[in-house]
Ligand binder design. Sequence first.
Ligand code: NIG
Ligand code: FE
Length: 404
Amino acid sequence: MPVLKNISTLYTCIDDGGQAEIHPIKNGVIVWIGETIEWVGRESELPEKYQSEKSFDAGGKMVIPGLVDCHTHLCFGGWRADEFEMRIQGRSYLDIAKAGGGILSTVKATREASEDELYEKAAGLLKEIQKQGVTAIECKSGYGLSLEDELKQLRVYKRLSEETVVHMVSTFLGAHTIPPEFKENRKGYIDLVINKMIPAVAQENLAEFCDIFVEESAFTIDEARTIFEAGKKHGLTPKLHADQLSSGGGAELAAEVGAASADHLEQISDEGIKQMAEKHVVGVTLPLASLYTQQPYLNCRNLVDSGVEVAVATDFNPGSAPTFDLPLAMMLTCNHGRLTPAEVLKGATIYASKAINRGEQFGSIETGKSADFLVIDADNVNEWMYHYKGSRMEFGFLKGKQIN
Ligand code: NIG
Ligand code: FE
């Protein structure tokens, strides 16, 4: 029964008290058994029975829950550095997509790659992601856009989840965009998603969520509604890429279909905010996509003040967010999303796990949760975000085992 002691401040981030309440404990202690947290509290109140247990020393540093990246596109073929240059030279993300680049260029590269090649690449990336203290990750398909290629991506995630200690959650994103062979036949592609892909994904138990890119350039509200219904029949919970480039009623649809989260939201309407708050849909901000596509940042302050819980994620993908630096996304959410460091910490821990329906399992430091926590070399949460230099993780624990 290991014990972590000598913690300056333990930010437990339990799901209570709103976005800003991270429940700090001065001179905290964590006791765990195997993979699970057994006791959390002040060092002065540590029960006698735990006192002689093997202890780890946090060196007087702060401790936070393991970070949760609740929105990534981890598995893909190729990269798109050429588009990065084009955007800097003035071409827009949408413009590049319309000319056959963007998502479709990654679809081509992903189709050309074998499952093993994709696996090796994703596994390498995941190792690097872990080093920052990310202990849970959500991963989407959406670069296959054919039955076999979507399954190929999702099988990569299944294999990874069997090999890695990181908590993994998979999402089917067959409705990411219309593939070239269905350019003149949208309905044909949507039928394929509904009648072939969703049943096959469910049959192989390859995903838990069904995500859709709801956008003028991708799928309409009505198309999305139909796909979500089919997904729900097969046990897939809705999630959305919504209101990213235009305000198209995506947030309202998220509330209507009972989505776990609506992500992006830069162009969300006031009505959308109201409905998400009422239906407890988590809003996921993805500031790295704004950074890389020169688009406005989501004003998260507005959402939080209206009662929406906001999570922060990377959106890691080869186009709009080619970095997996979650702490950077957090810092940008402070500066551009107008959330305090404490609010952002809650957004990258317990609220991020709620966005992937894992709030009961991890994302906070409390009895019964997975023993996932990080020792951070910073004085307090404000100083941590202010003097940005990555996660500043000294070491941590994931499912009770030491990492780094
Ligand atoms: O979340 N918005 C749609 N999908 C991704 C972008 C994917 C890509 O550019 O390859 C996103 O930003
Ligand atoms: Fe995304």
